[in-house]
Design a protein around this ligand. Structure first.
Ligand SMILES: Nc1ncnc2c1ncn2[C@@H]1O[C@H](COP(=O)(O)OP(=O)(O)O)[C@@H](O)[C@H]1O
Ligand SMILES: [Mg+2]
Length: 350
């Protein structure tokens, strides 16, 4: 009976008899810890003092407990949180039930958060250090030098706006994370939204010798969040202009797909392509990670935060759309955003 109950659990579980031997190891425990554990004493199975203590207490005093238990098989190390529950049996004897919860992923999440905080701090510290240096110069050597003062103030303004952009991007990301499960329902015209994203960028691009061509089929009605989609297209356009060639041409095409298999319904496909040096294939899967850049120096020099594509990915996911980046080194980059054309279609949920 107890065997059947423990086998129904997804988590590994061990039942220790009154003599401290493994009386039952459920299927998950046999898979994860090994078949050999059945019949062995818990001391030889568990071996880690952090867990042995609570098990001894459970036998001696009937006290429940919790402990961490690290188990490695081959190259994989799994971290468990173990619940130790004494079970009363006839007389003064006790059995002890151990249930193992795999917390490795939780721990990976914690370490990702730590990395993120370290990255943010580093990204903010760089411009801040520069600003402090300029202030020192203004207070000292450049105090009576009006020309130098103007130059240092301009540099400081530059660094401060970099910090400003970084903080805005971080706020965008955290807002997006909060609403990732709420799908936008406003109706809009993607062709108009694309125009609104492109128009403010056109003069700057043309000044650098980059032309932008938009090909749209007339109206492209779809559900969506206007401000967020403008952010998506502006980010992709900025990248195509920044990392493309100059003189050069950026092309934006929008067309309709009658039935997109992953979105399971009609969709709009927006393709932004440039003729730049492109991206080596090993970088492509990582581009949507926060702060991932192929060439950090170039990204920083052009005012990049390394968060643009992470934001794009979040917004596209929220719209149940798809993002695809393709590149042929030397020939250019093509970024495709596919968005559902109707509210009814159920796209991939991230
Ligand atoms: N069109 C493109 N051509 C070449 N590289 C690109 C292109 N778009 C993005 N990248 C690379 O991807 C990186 C991440 O892009 P993004 O998240 O927008 O950050 P940022 O532009 O702020 O550096 C860029 O630093 C760049 O190395
Ligand atoms: Mg960018």
């Amino acid at each position: 009976m107890i065997e059947a109950v423990l086998d129904a659990l997804l988590e590994p579980a061990l039942l220790l008899d009154a003599n401290g031997r493994v009386a039952v190891a459920n299927g998950a425990a046999q898979d994860r810890l090994g078949v050999w554990v059945v019949g062995r004493s818990y001391v030889s199975v568990l071996r880690q003092p952090s867990l042995l203590g609570p098990v001894e207490d459970a036998f001696a005093d009937g006290k429940p407990g919790r402990a961490r238990f690290a188990h490695s098989s081959g190259e994989v190390e799994t971290l468990y949180e173990v619940r130790v529950s004494p079970l009363p049996v006839a007389g003064r004897q006790r059995q002890v039930l151990l249930v193992f919860r795999d917390v490795s992923e939780l721990r990976a999440g914690e370490s990702m958060r730590r990395d993120f905080v370290a990255n943010v701090s580093h990204e903010l510290k760089t411009p801040l250090t520069a600003i402090l240096g300029f202030i020192e110069t203004l207070q000292g050597p450049a105090r009576d030098d009006p020309k130098g003062r103007a130059r240092f103030l301009a540099l400081m303004a530059n660094e401060a706006s970099r910090m400003n952009r970084l903080v805005s991007d971080l706020l965008s990301l955290s807002r997006l994370e909060g609403q990732s499960r709420r799908r936008p329902t406003d109706r809009l015209d993607l062709a108009v939204v694309l125009g609104e994203a492109i128009d403010p960028l056109r003069p700057g691009a043309e000044a650098e010798g980059v032309t932008i061509a938009l090909r749209a089929p007339g109206a492209a009605p779809a559900p969506g969040d206007r401000d967020q989609l403008i952010q998506v297209f502006a980010n992709l356009m900025e990248n195509a202009i920044k990392y493309g060639t100059r003189p050069g041409a950026v092309e934006v095409v929008i067309d309709r797909i009658a039935r997109e298999p992953v979105i399971r319904g009609p969709a709009w496909r927006v393709v932004v392509s440039d003729q730049g040096p492109g991206i080596q294939p090993e970088h492509i899967p990582r581009l949507t990670e926060r702060f991932y850049r192929v060439d950090t120096g170039r990204s920083r020099a052009t005012g990049g935060t390394g968060l643009g594509l992470a934001i794009v990915k979040h917004i596209v996911n929220r719209h149940r759309g798809r993002l695809r980046i393709e590149s042929e080194p030397g020939r250019g980059t093509r970024v495709t955003v596919t968005l559902p054309a109707e509210i009814g279609s159920t796209g991939p949920l991230s």
